[in-house]
Design a protein around this ligand. Structure first.
Ligand SMILES: NC(=O)c1ccc[n+]([C@@H]2O[C@H](COP(=O)([O-])OP(=O)(O)OC[C@H]3O[C@@H](n4cnc5c(N)ncnc54)[C@H](OP(=O)(O)O)[C@@H]3O)[C@@H](O)[C@H]2O)c1
Length: 337
């Protein structure tokens, strides 16, 4: 077994867009599990937009990562040494074990993964946090029902691609927006979106949304915020619901962006705008996990993963989320399955 544990630490708090130099790699000895602890070797590491918030020196819904501490992140890995009766050697697990080769755990917040159900990487995507986010954001917050028009921004990402497909399963008309022609092709082809466009080449997104949503918008699943969201707000129907999942266009803004003042429209339409955190739904994760697994097994949802090899490439993979390099879920492969 390796003796060295490579860890990626937060070195500096970024201003604006993060840089590779905001991270550093440290090598330390592989830790040894105590009684009722086990050691996990990372196989896949998830990089996610929420990590940008953890780099700030500001308590949000979760505390920041301390300078010099290991970056937070979801990991799928294998238990290589265990002193815990419930987690034997060889078990595949998923948990927030951080950007490192090896992590100790006492089992809290760690779940066992059944490798016969689906590829183990899906525990960080369609059968993990992004899948749960799409499910609750669309069905509980968005209350989407058959026949309604659902707009999804960030539609070719981990969460957005699933939110759109769940909306299709529920009989909605789904319109997506994403940042490349290849992404739009994927949405319209394999994923069965009814309409989609590339916002990076569209000079007038508001006009395009209007053309693609002739019946207006009943549910807006918002992953991005900014000008795209301003454009969708002007199309909300009476009693529309806006499910505010993410605002990635704003995460690197050093000052809040000024936008049109749209609240008057909410009075006219009696629309609801609600932010949510997937973690608030923990008591219902089993329900959503079962639904997602059944849809996946039946071939009713498709997923893609963009996988970068090597722990040392995790910072770059994370930064690339802000450039839209990923299609579907962005993962880092840390070691062989
Ligand atoms: N509320 C919750 O509990 C919860 C849980 C998970 C995730 N989230 C949020 O959900 C959103 C999606 O997360 P994810 O993990 O699925 O990430 P993702 O969509 O797989 O990756 C991020 C995507 O955002 C798009 N993007 C980047 N900068 C943008 C900009 N300025 N304007 C528009 N789009 C931009 C890029 O795609 P393009 O090529 O299309 O630009 C990129 O691929 C994020 O905002 C995240 O913070 C919220």
């Amino acid at each position: 077994m390796a003796r060295v544990n490579r860890q990626i630490l937060l070195r500096a708090r970024p201003r604006g867009l993060p840089k590779l130099s905001d991270f550093e790699m440290r090598e330390s000895p592989v830790p040894v599990p105590d009684d009722r602890e086990f050691l996990v070797q990372a196989i896949y590491l998830s990089v996610d937009p929420y990590m940008r918030g953890r780099m700030n020196d500001r308590v949000s819904y979760a505390p920041p990562v301390a300078l010099g501490a290991v970056m937070v992140g979801g990991v799928v890995g294998r238990i290589t040494r265990s002193n815990h009766p419930d987690f034997p050697d060889g078990t595949i697990v998923e948990g927030r074990l951080g950007w490192q080769d090896y992590a100790l755990s006492d089992g809290k917040g760690v779940r066992r993964i059944d490798p016969t159900l689906a590829p183990i990487s899906t525990a960080l995507g369609v059968l993990g946090m992004p899948g749960l986010t799409a499910y609750f954001g669309l069905l509980d917050v968005g209350q989407a029902v058959a026949g309604e028009t659902v707009v999804v921004s960030g539609a070719a990402g981990a969460v957005g691609s699933l939110a759109g497909q769940i909306a299709r399963i529920k009989g909605c008309r789904v319109v997506g927006v994403a940042g490349s022609d290849a992404k739009v092709e994927w949405l319209l082809g394999e994923l069965g979106f009814d309409a989609a466009f590339n916002y990076k080449t569209e000079p007038d997104p508001a006009a395009r949304f209007r053309a693609l949503c002739p019946q207006g918008v009943d549910v807006y699943f918002d992953n991005v915020g900014g000008v795209l969201t301003d454009a969708v707000f002007s199309l909300l129907n009476v009693h529309a619901r806006v499910s505010v999942c993410g605002q990635i266009s704003q995460y690197n803004a050093e000052r809040p962006e000024l936008g049109p003042r749209l609240l008057w429209g909410l009075i006219e339409t009696r629309s609801k705008v609600q932010g949510f955190l997937v973690s608030d739904y923990a008591p219902r994760f089993k329900e959503a996990g079962a639904a997602l697994a059944a849809w996946l097994k039946a071939g009713r949802i498709q997923y893609r993963e963009t996988i970068v090899a090597g722990l040392e490439n995790a910072p770059k993979a994370f930064l690339d989320l802000f450039h839209g390099t990923n299609v579907g879920k962005q993962l880092v492969k840390v070691s062989e399955e």
